[in-house]
Design a protein around this ligand. Structure first.
Ligand code: IDP
Ligand code: MG
Length: 156
């Protein structure tokens, strides 16, 4: 199944929203393959947001992302990137639809609670940036046959 990297940014941790956000992913049926609390170093933050280098918000974004602990998650599921990005909502809370994580929990045009990979290629690189292979667990959940229709041997 597809995997994506999710970061619960420092504002999520400081505001006590970790459980609430992870609950949404669990309730959706998405599987957690990796999870840890960590501080992102400036070097890694620069690398993670390299595509935004030169933009006016780049330095403050790096400062934000290194301002406190984050929760790093690897989520697994069919179409996981589309599904998780939809659940996150538009980039900033003041624009994001109600019902989305950013739409329900934030209003800022800078602090936006969560990062999610935006393509299979970036997901692969981002998962590898934050997780060693042995930190990603393969296990079966008892509820799996009730999350996906597995009757044809594939998850539908
Ligand atoms: P995304 O997180 O929804 O994919 P991107 O456009 O890829 O949004 O931007 C990456 C991150 O950079 C955003 O999540 C946000 O933290 C930050 N960012 C983007 N645009 C701005 C801005 O105009 N002001 C401040 N921060 C920004
Ligand atoms: Mg992006």
């Amino acid at each position: 199944m597809d995997r994506t990297l999710i970061i619960l940014k420092p504002d999520s941790v400081q505001r006590g929203l970790i459980g609430n956000i992870i609950t949404r992913f669990e309730q959706k049926g998405l599987k957690i393959a990796g999870m840890k609390l960590a501080c992102i170093s400036p070097a890694v933050a620069h690398e993670h947001y390299a595509m935004h280098k030169g933009k006016p918000f780049y330095d403050s974004l790096v400062t934000f992302m290194t301002s406190g602990p984050v929760v790093l998650l690897v989520l697994e599921g069919n179409n996981i990137i589309d599904v998780s990005r939809k659940m996150m909502g538009a980039t900033f809370g003041f624009k994001a639809e109600p019902g989305t994580i950013r739409g329900d929990f934030g209003v800022s045009s800078a602090f936006n609670l969560i990062h999610g990979s935006d393509s299979p290629e970036t997901a692969k690189a981002e998962v590898a940036r934050f997780f060693k292979p042995d930190e990603l667990l393969e296990f079966n959940r008892a509820m799996e046959p009730w999350i996906y229709d597995l009757s044809n041997g594939i998850a539908q």
